[in-house]
Write a protein that binds this ligand. Structure first.
Ligand code: MLT
Length: 334
């Protein structure tokens, strides 16, 4: 026999729903990313709001409602935001670098910070390789002038990779991938990495070397490391003076690793031949000393921006945060 639902049943149902919603963990996604992340949270019964382009003040106002926060690089998760976040347990970075998150304040407040190492390593390494080829073969200049009907054939002479030395600074996921990508190009690969000595047997195609060795010997010097702890550049005028005048510098890691003013001077003085740069000391870069230098190829921090990588990092961060909030599992904490 079926009983007709009375207002009491509806009332109890409503109370139950309110309790469920109140106990459901709540996530704020504050940067644009693949909607795969949102779908994973929803599948895991985690409530999720996507609110991008918010100012620090706007985030401070709403952050107390959230248990977790997901960012890419646009949101700066500042001390003020973290201090206002009364319920926040986890901050997830869909990407590798966490320099836009005040990790030490987060740790003081017992929050977990997670990233997605490796998720965009192939994309970044492929872009670094594209930058190498672009600057060595002068592709942007050739493209621009050919489109304009200027036949610059006589003025464009490229440089080959074969028999050259590639210096890779930093041998994490991206550096390793780049070293594998260039395997067919008949290059010698020197690597500067503190951790390489203990895992050398895995990488017989590279040689361990000091930073000074890389500076003086590389034909192409490519950075794939974190920024220094004090934010000071790793490559300055003193190093640039010791480089081959035919050498090229590639930076797809972080803008402050290479001193931009020193690099600009070195290019103008002929200390190095060219550079290709995806990252800037100040982003978004609206003005920069490297702008309009014909020896420099520039891209707007897009090394990791591929269809494939954006899905992978969104998936990784959403799964990791769900697993932490629902099961207490900590993966890829920094
Ligand atoms: C990273 O840290 O993962 C890359 O710089 C790409 C990004 O900005 O997300």
């Amino acid at each position: 026999p079926y009983k007709i639902a009375t207002w009491k049943h509806y009332y109890l149902g409503l109370i139950g729903l309110i309790i469920l919603l109140k106990t459901m963990p709540k996530i704020l996604i504050s940067d644009a990313m693949s909607n795969v992340a949102q779908k994973i949270f929803e599948k895991n019964n985690i409530s999720v709001d996507v609110k991008t382009g918010l100012s620090e003040e706007e985030i401070i106002k709403i952050i107390p409602e959230y248990d977790g926060m997901v960012v890419r690089s646009a949101t700066k998760v500042t001390k003020k935001i973290i201090e206002a976040a009364k319920n926040l347990k986890v901050i997830g970075r869909a990407g590798a670098g966490v320099d836009n998150i005040d990790v030490s304040t987060a740790k003081e407040k017992n929050m977990i910070v997670m990233n997605t190492p490796g998720g965009n390593a192939n994309a970044t390494a492929e872009h670094a390789f594209a930058l190498i080829m672009s600057v060595l073969r002068k592709i942007p200049f050739a493209n621009e002038t050919t489109h304009k009907g200027q036949w610059e054939k006589k003025n464009i002479k490229g440089t080959e990779l074969s028999k050259k030395i590639l210096g890779i600074v930093g041998f994490g996921n991206v550096g390793v991938r780049l070293s594998n990508l260039v395997k067919g190009f008949d290059m010698k690969i020197l690597v500067c990495s503190k951790s390489l000595e203990t895992r050398k047997s895995e990488y017989p195609h590279v040689e361990n070397a000091s930073f000074d060795d890389l500076v003086s010997k590389s034909d192409i010097l490519s950075f794939h490391c974190k920024a220094t702890a004090d934010g000071k550049p790793m490559l300055t005028k003193d190093h640039l003076k010791k480089m081959k005048p035919t050498a090229y510098i590639i930076n797809a890691a972080r803008g402050n690793i290479v001193d931009e003013k020193d690099l600009s001077d070195a290019l103008n003085e002929g200390l190095v031949a060219g550079a290709a740069v995806d990252v800037f000391s100040k982003e978004p870069a609206k003005e920069n000393v490297l702008f309009n230098n014909p020896k420099v190829v520039l891209t707007p921090h897009i090394a990791a921006s591929t269809t494939e990588a954006s899905i992978v990092v969104a998936e990784m961060v959403a799964n990791q945060i769900s697993d932490f909030l629902l099961n207490g599992k900590k993966l890829n904490t920094v």
